[in-house]
Structure formats: structure tokens, C-alpha cells
Design a protein around this ligand. Structure first.
Ligand SMILES: C[S@@+](CC[C@H](N)C(=O)[O-])C[C@H]1O[C@@H](n2cnc3c(N)ncnc32)[C@H](O)[C@@H]1O
Length: 396
């Protein structure tokens, strides 16, 4: 993580600019009931058209400046340049730095790696769509993509090294029909059109016997899968875990419609890394295929994250509760407050899905409220949390 340590001095005056980097504001942490807390500042920066925050905090008897994790931008050079510009503007005496930016490194080629915003706003294809959840080494996904060049595959994975490895194969083999996304499969399907997908593969999901709430399969997941599947489309589970097999079949046999097929030790054309491991151990492999039998209504994704009313920051900073709110389908937690001036500041929040909450800042500027770096991803959990937040901030 790039950072610079320098001798204590006073924060720079904002707004100002240095070497093309704009420093828009500085916000000081507001110590609500936290005695002895060290002072921390957030610096609002714009560099190369990207808005982000830097964190300034005490380190021993000195000051350290680094990127704020929640608002991190890429490539990292944008941040390094901003750190260097800050210490120059502050005329600081630098004690340590790992931000030398002599050779700007090229980002690895990521044409087929898409962020979730792409699926929220831009994804549209006339091709048949198939999805693989938790593709791991990518053996099965790559096999499917090469065998079915006319199908558009979407690979979901939350483990970054696996994604990078799979994308290397995509490049080496000139595969053009896989889009990879680093996102939790349980939340992803909300952004896919109803009746548009022909297959969803879930091969060897983590069984999570001790933390069942982390499992990919749940009633909600199955219902979302059925919504996005076309008639006769399939949700295909392959697992070595007898417990997971039993858990999933019990969920599936409670559905009002659908056709279920079960196989034991069925041979597929390709064997994944995990499958090889379990076969060597002589374990049984179970397949449970659910076939969709009905058409679903199209859903419209609500993307309204506005705050209609103005907010009095001077009142909110002293009155807002920092207790977590956990309600049906969402969480909301005020993590911290930073003051730009009497009437303006930042509120750091964690909110959204209980299983995968996100962190985000809101900015209150002379009464006007907005999300820093733009609105959250419009998942139903984020929208519910937003409504709660609006209720708290904008009540009369
Ligand atoms: C046991 S591995 C199986 C990998 C691969 N399917 C195979 O058969 O070799 C499970 C994979 O699912 C991924 N995973 C777990 N939970 C996930 C989720 N909620 N969304 C997307 N991927 C997930 C993990 O990172 C891991 O790579």
C-alpha cells in the first residue's frame, strides 16, 4: 500500500492544486464519544478525473498519508501522484516514502474482466447466455466456452488469483466468449434480465457446513435462478458433499414448479481441479439439475438513490446513532463522521446485504447530500438500506 510518512505539520489549506492534482477539502474525524482517539483527516482529491479520499493520520510522533481503502481507485499511480503532490503542497519533511512513480506500470490486459456496473448498465447480448458460479481454476468454464463458441459465458468468482489465472488462459487460447466478474454470485443475478439464461453451473461450491448462511444455494438464490432462466433452462449443481446435496435437494423439492434430475458419479467431458481431488479420494459425486418450467415477469431495477430533502450536518453529527441497524434484508451502520466545516462533512457507512455489506461515504455539503464517487450498486439490499438512511437523515 503506497504511503508517505512525514514530520508533523498543519494540514494544507483547501481548495488548492499541486502538479495537476486537486485537493478539494479536508475533513477532520469527529470524535463522537471516543476518548483518546487519534486525530484523522480525510482529504478529498481529484486526479485524472477520478475523485477519491486520502487518509492523514498520526503515526508515532509523525503523520502518515495513504489512500482511503473504501474509495480506492486504479491504476495505483493516480494515488501515488496524489500522495506526492500532497507532501509537496504541504512543504513536508519526508521520512519514508514508497511512492516513486518513475515507470508507470501497465495494467494487465483485462478486456474480459468486467465490473458489476457493466452488468447493471451496459450488458446486452443477443447470444445465448450461460453462467458459471465459482469457476475456480476455470477448467470447466474454458472447456464450455471453447466447445460452444456461440454462447456468451459469464464467470462469477470472488477469489482474485483464480480470476487472473482463468483470464491468462482466455488470452493464451484467444477465447472471446467469456466475461469474468469478481462479485458474489448470490447478489449478481438481480441485474440479469428475466428468462434470459439457458444454464447456470454451480460446480463444487464450498459446503460451509458450519456457516450455512455463506452457502451459494438458498431459497432466495434458487428463486432468482429460476427467474433468470428461460423455460427448460437449467441450474446445475455438482458436489462431492453429501450434506450439501441433501440440503439442496430438500430446498428444490419444496418448489411449486420445476423438474429435478439426480445423478450419482456421472462422467462429464471435463473434470475440474476439485473433481479430480475428490475422485482420487474415492468420493461420490452428486449432480442435481433443476429445470425451469415457467416464464417469469420482467423486473425493473430501481436505481433511485436520491435524498430529496436537505440535511443539517451540524445537527446530524451530534445526533446520529452509531449502533448497527439490522432489519429485514439489510444492514446499516454509521462507522465514522468527518467534519469539513460546521455545515459540511462526510459520513462513512457500512450497509446493504447482511452477507456482503459494502462501505461507502456520503457527503453533506451545505445541506445537499450525495454518495461520494457516485451511487451504490442498486441491489435490493442497498436500496433498502438507502431508504432507512434517508429516513434517519431527512426526517423533519
Ligand atoms: C471449491 S471451489 C470449486 C472451484 C471449481 N468450480 C472447481 O470445480 O474446481 C469453490 C469456488 O467458489 C468460489 N466462491 C465461493 N463463494 C462464492 C460466491 N458467493 N460467489 C462466487 N464465487 C464463490 C470460491 O472462491 C472458489 O473458487
Amino acid at each position: 500500500m503506497p504511503h508517505i510518512v512525514f514530520n508533523k505539520n498543519t494540514p494544507i489549506k483547501t481548495p488548492t492544486s499541486q502538479d495537476g492534482v486537486f485537493f478539494n477539502f479536508i475533513a477532520a474525524s469527529f470524535n463522537f464519544n471516543k476518548a483518546h482517539r487519534k486525530i484523522e483527516y480525510k482529504v478529498g482529491v481529484t486526479n485524472e478525473n477520478k475523485d477519491f479520499l486520502l487518509t492523514l493520520k498520526e503515526k508515532d510522533d509523525n503523520i502518515m498519508i495513504k489512500a482511503d481503502k473504501v474509495t480506492r481507485v486504479t491504476p495505483v499511480n493516480i494515488v501515488k501522484d496524489a500522495l506526492n503532490a500532497y507532501v509537496k503542497a504541504a512543504n513536508a519533511n519526508v521520512l519514508f516514502s514508497n511512492t516513486n512513480n518513475i515507470h508507470h506500470k501497465l495494467e494487465p490486459q483485462k478486456e474480459y474482466l468486467k465490473d458489476i456496473e457493466y452488468f447493471v448498465n451496459d450488458f446486452d447480448t443477443k447470444k445465448e447466455i450461460q453462467i458459471e458460479i465459482g469457476f475456480g481454476s476455470g477448467r470447466h468454464l474454458i472447456h464450455q466456452a471453447t466447445q460452444n463458441p456461440d454462447v456468451q459465458f459469464i464467470g462469477l468468482e470472488i477469489h482474485t488469483p483464480s480470476i487472473e489465472q482463468m483470464l491468462k488462459h482466455v488470452k493464451i487460447q484467444n477465447i472471446t466468449n467469456i466475461l469474468a466478474v469478481n462479485y458474489d454470485a448470490r447478489l449478481f443475478m438481480e441485474f440479469i434480465k428475466s428468462n434470459s439464461v439457458s444454464k447456470i453451473f454451480v460446480h463444487f461450491p464450498v459446503p460451509w457446513d458450519k456457516k450455512p448462511h455463506r452457502r451459494v444455494y438458498s431459497s432466495e438464490f434458487i428463486n432468482e435462478a429460476l427467474r433468470i432462466l428461460k423455460i427448460n433452462g437449467t441450474l446445475e449443481l455438482r458436489t462431492d458433499s453429501r450434506k450439501y446435496f441433501d440440503y439442496c435437494t430438500s430446498l428444490l423439492t419444496h418448489l411449486p414448479t420445476g423438474r429435478i434430475t439426480i445423478d450419482i458419479n456421472k462422467d462429464l467431458q471435463v473434470s475440474s481441479k476439485y473433481e479430480d481431488r475428490w475422485k482420487k479420494q474415492g468420493k461420490n459425486i452428486y449432480d442435481v439439475v433443476l429445470q425451469c418450467q415457467h416464464e417469469d415477469e420482467e423486473i425493473t431495477v430501481n436505481k433511485d438513490f436520491s435524498f430529496e430533502k436537505s440535511v443539517d450536518f451540524s445537527h446530524i453529527k451530534t445526533s446520529i446513532s452509531t449502533n448497527s441497524i439490522v432489519e429485514d434484508g439489510f444492514v446499516l451502520h454509521v462507522e465514522d463522521i468527518f467534519e469539513i466545516n460546521e455545515n459540511s462533512g462526510l459520513i462513512k457507512l457500512t450497509f446493504g446485504s447482511f452477507n456482503k455489506p459494502v462501505s461507502k461515504y456520503i457527503v453533506i455539503n451545505e445541506g445537499k447530500v450525495s454518495y461520494f464517487q457516485g451511487n451504490p450498486i442498486p441491489t435490493s439490499a442497498n436500496l433498502k438500506a438507502h431508504h432507512k438512511l434517508k429516513e434517519i437523515l431527512c426526517h423533519d
